[in-house]
Design a protein around this ligand. Structure first.
Ligand SMILES: Cc1cc2nc3c(=O)[nH]c(=O)nc-3n(C[C@H](O)[C@H](O)[C@H](O)COP(=O)(O)OP(=O)(O)OC[C@H]3O[C@@H](n4cnc5c(N)ncnc54)[C@H](O)[C@@H]3O)c2cc1C
Length: 407
């Protein structure tokens, strides 16, 4: 297709986890969609390999995937439920969360990012009101409340009622729209990889807070964990470059041997960490979702979960606007989305930032407060239960797609 002009109700740029879920949701609501993605996801990985990028998926996100009928495709490939969470720091303070305490079968699932994406693409490829442009890159954006337009590098021109940027932290659509971001680098890098644990995974997520940053061990398969080790850029470089045997030693020591000896399986990756928030989520004819709008510290594994709540909220707002005959791209419509999501995302981003600061500090008064805080929380079941429900994303007024099936 070249230089032709076609019109769809909504253009979504980015078919990652958030953009692909949004395309499925809106197409299932009867909107016509153009989905633009740079790289086509393909399931060409060896059966016994594991993606080093994984996500801790909350119950709210699981509900979204289930309602989009993508959940069975994920389960068929590989999802790992976890029933417990253990958070500790070297001083001895420790806190445990159990699914059984709140009458749930699990607290969430660990899923490889490539599995989430491919299962969503399987769904969206089956919907005939989605035009997929892939590989596509965007060379121009003309924002207009009534008729925004996007131009692709191959000259294709697309007109629409609303453009959604789901093209990740370095969103080029956000840049083309002139929306700036605020934030800062954490001076931390996350080292990620898969490891085998001598004591098996025990269906438990483990997280140890250390001065340079948290070490998270997320269970996968029987005795495998995906690790996210946030530390200084210098130590991260050492950890990714040292021989595998030395890495095993360092990791086993950092985990205080809670899982026995840990052994690297395959490659290591490193991701510099930053906090980033778009100054605005909307402009006439444009909305930002997912990492294009906000990037948070991975210590509580909430990034994609927040992005999925964005897409679920935007779906509700657009369905309501259509029902009332309001234009999809008007500021009047889009403000409802921004109002519902921006405050929530800033609150989560702020609490993760505070956590990161409080736990990466060896000042004695802070250590005492941390120990007291963890000790008290460990003994107060109602507070613990509230924390768990909050992390599961099912507290409060959640968008329709994310609601529990019992409501
Ligand atoms: C180390 C680490 C661990 C994490 N762990 C967790 C976790 O446990 N739980 C959790 O919830 N979150 C976690 N996150 C965060 C999570 O990975 C992100 O929030 C999530 O990937 C954002 O999804 P997205 O779809 O918004 O963006 P992305 O995943 O970045 O997807 C963007 C898509 O847009 C495409 N694209 C980009 N530019 C263009 C363009 N110009 N045109 C067309 N397409 C384009 C890309 O190819 C990609 O497919 C973690 C992050 C890190 C760094």
């Amino acid at each position: 297709m070249s230089n032709t002009e076609s019109h769809t109700d909504i253009i979504i740029a980015g078919g990652g986890m958030v953009g692909a879920a949004l395309a499925c949701a809106l197409a299932e609501q009867g909107f016509s969609i153009a989905l633009l993605e740079r790289r086509e996801p393909t399931e060409d990985w060896p059966q016994d390999s594991h993606d080093i990028r994984v996500s801790a998926i909350s119950r709210a996100s699981q509900n979204i995937f289930s309602r989009l009928q993508a959940w069975p495709g994920m389960v068929r490939r590989r999802v790992t439920p976890y029933e417990q969470m253990c958070v500790w720091e070297s001083s001895g303070a420790e806190i445990h969360f159990h699914a059984a305490d709140i009458g749930e079968p699990d607290l969430g699932h660990i899923i490889e990012n490539r599995i989430i994406q491919i299962a969503l693409w399987e769904q969206l490829r089956a919907l005939d009101n989605i035009d997929i442009h892939c590989p596509a890159s965007i060379s121009g954006l003309d924002l207009d409340e009534n008729a925004p337009r996007v131009v692709l590098n191959n000259g294709t021109q697309l007109s629409t009622s609303l453009v959604v940027a789901a093209d990740g932290a370095r969103s080029s659509l956000r840049e083309l729209a002139g929306i700036s971001t605020g934030g800062w680098g954490y001076d931390q890098t996350a080292v990620v990889c898969t490891v085998r644990a001598e004591k098996g995974n025990q269906a438990t997520c483990w997280q140890r807070f250390m001065t340079h940053g948290p070490l998270a061990l997320l269970p996968m398969d029987d005795d495998l964990f995906s690790i996210v080790w946030s530390t200084t850029p210098e130590q991260a470089q050492e950890l990714t470059e040292m021989p595998a045997g030395d890495f095993d030693e360092a990791l086993t020591r950092a985990s205080e041997e809670r899982l026995g000896r840990l052994e690297l399986q395959g490659e290591r990756g490193a991701f510099p960490l930053r906090l980033q928030h778009a100054k605005q989520y909307i402009k006439p004819g444009l909305a930002l979702v997912g990492d294009a709008a906000h990037v948070i510290h991975p210590l509580a594994g909430q990034g994609v979960n927040l992005g999925l709540l964005d897409m679920a909220e935007l779906t509700d707002v657009l369905v309501r606007a259509r029902g009332k005959g309001h234009p999809l791209g008007s500021l009047h419509t889009l403000r409802l989305y921004e109002r519902a999501r921006k405050g929530e995302n800033i609150a989560m981003q702020g609490s993760m930032d505070l956590f990161k600061r409080v736990f990466s500090n060896d000042l004695p008064p802070l250590k005492i407060i941390r120990n007291l805080g963890m000790g008290v929380t460990e003994r107060l079941l109602p507070v613990k239960n509230l924390l768990i429900r909050n992390a599961m994303g099912t507290l409060g007024d959640v968008p329709s797609l994310a609601r529990s099936f019992h409501e």
